[in-house]
Design a binder for this molecule. Sequence first.
Ligand code: MOS
Length: 741
Amino acid sequence: MNMIGQPLDRTDGVLKVTGGAKYAAEFPAAQLAHAVLVTSTIARGRVAAIDTTRADAMPGVLLVMTSRNAPRLPNGGEPEVSPPAQRRLSLLQTDEIRYDNEPVALVVADTLERAIDAADRLRITYAPESPTLDFASAKAHGHPPASMIGGKPDTERGNIEHGFSTGSVRVNAVYTTPMEHHNPMEPHAVMASWDGPRLTLYDTTQGVGNARKAVATFLGIKPEDVHIVSPFVGGGFGCKGSVWSQVVLCAMAARQVGRPVRLALTRPQMFGPVGGRPYTEQHLVLSARKDGTLTALRHDTFSNTSTFEDWTETSGVVTRMLYEVPNLATSHRLVPLNVGTPTFMRAPGETTGSFALESAMDELAVALKMDPVALRLKNYAEIDPEERKPWSSKQLRECYRLGAERFGWSKRTAAPRSMRAGNTLIGMGMATATYPARRSEASAFARILPDGNAVVASGTQDLGTGTYTVMTQVAADALGFPLDRVSFALGDSSLPNAPVSGGSQSVASVAPAVRQAAIAARERLIATACADAGSPLHGMSTDDVTVVDGWVVARRDASRRDPAAAVIARAGGQPIEGRATAKRGEEAQRYAFHSFGAVFVEAHVDAALGTIRVPRVVGVYDVGKLLNEKTGKSQLMGGIVWGIGAALEEASELDVRYGRFVNANLAEYHVPVNADIGTIDVSVLNVPDPQFNALGARGIGEIGITGVPAAIANAVYHATGVRVRNLPITLDKVLEGGGIV
Ligand code: MOS
């Protein structure tokens, strides 16, 4: 009866492949109107005038909303919000422009085609000002963030100068990572529909509860009057973790025209108004004794933000916890540019930070003539080196061991350019992966229905990750019901509250609540049967009774059994319900909670052309208990794929004259396709972490991407002798470094 961990197919798989799963832009509505967002073509200045006469005259046009006529919002559209969960938006309350691609108008018509046509006919006159776009020159004005997720912006432990003086080998290098933009298959989309004072939003969001609060705040209405519906999300990766301008603008327009309004962003509109990963410049200094013992480590990060909101890429946070180094300093500085505010992007901080740290560790291993795995083992952190707390569970040593074995690390010869097959330079590199294990308060209910089926629900989200499936498994297991008699509901703000599906915390937070609610319902079902004179279980102690396959049954006599539907029918036909709220207890103070992994990569570099391929990646992960071997490994694999993209392909190219991303489309913004990906071998140690939650399961959404860019950079170095410290690693950088001779 143990369904936990089983590699079950997605419960929503058939709906998805048959088109039955409805995404935000697919919900029908009577009298539906269509909106098109119009965005700025300058990066800084003002809208001097918008001539709407040609658009207004178009047949079917219902509204041209600009800063001239947009409804006034509380506090000028800038109510008390709490970034980064709630952002500073562009809600047509002023004519100021702060970045290219910033919303300046919304056109609504009875058909999408007419809305697009009318939007094209707007004549916008700008009063441009000179934007700040050059990171290098703006860096001088970098400022520390007022606050930051993941700890203080600046930290120091031990005595960093003393630490440097006691080491004999030093690495001192600067690493950069480019701006990137989220490109989930489904761009942002929303449909807004008003019924008197009540607003329903069909949105694509990573957090229905957060969206409800944010939208209510911006519009100045009661949260109870906002209903968010988001049953399917076509990928989020962080960009759907905040409410962005188009959601509020769509609600404003729908109220204005008195009809439901649908608004879907175009692919180019994903590059600016809805976040992205900022540019980072990371300076690392490592020093070690001859035996590899780290004596000091310094990690200083500069990253860009917008001119109107602080958002910090927390690249230094991973350095604080990964190795046992006594003397350590980290800092974060922000460089405001005239671009849209960056946001969470898959493992924000750890992706960029682990690239720099794990590249620098490889450079140190080279300098020490030491095996990269041995160097990491030498500095293994037995306890959290910053907080000095024990780990709740840490199996990183086994990740290194098993990863090296599965990869065949022992076949690697140490010298760069020492492995070659014909015209192909072969490189082998590795890196450590890590991501914090987060958990927030979550609630759920489990309802056993008169027909003997069960409905279990929580206001969480499924971003395509498998939440529906995993929660169904957890619920069925705790209820004692077969899987096909349990359905799980999510993606609706009227359901019990759950946290944003970000920070790899949905399974960790929601599964315990689902489990507790299901156990409560099962216990009520058992108690009802035992108290029922008509039940074969009548008079038994509830301790001697359980539920198996949907039957209430005596533990020691399987012939004494009663179907759930019969128990409910005799008890009056009302559903039997359990509710639960689960959160962390005092263990949260006693332990440090992290997931770990080891990534091994083979890179092939063409000796004549410098082209780079990654035929093979081995990843071994310590993420606690995996609740579904299929969806879980698939998610880790997806993280590795993105790591390959981040290493070799992805970059948003900013035109520093105009502030526009010149490759704002999927033809020129390169993400990996199947032909770019070779063998990916994912293993999970499956050691439960009982200190973390009752299921022993930590999150897996983000750790997969971490470490991969560094492992690839390290493999490219090993293949070519060229150290590329600036992502993405493209062939020109290998050529420039002298890798092709
Ligand atoms: Mo994740 S970047 O917290 O959605």
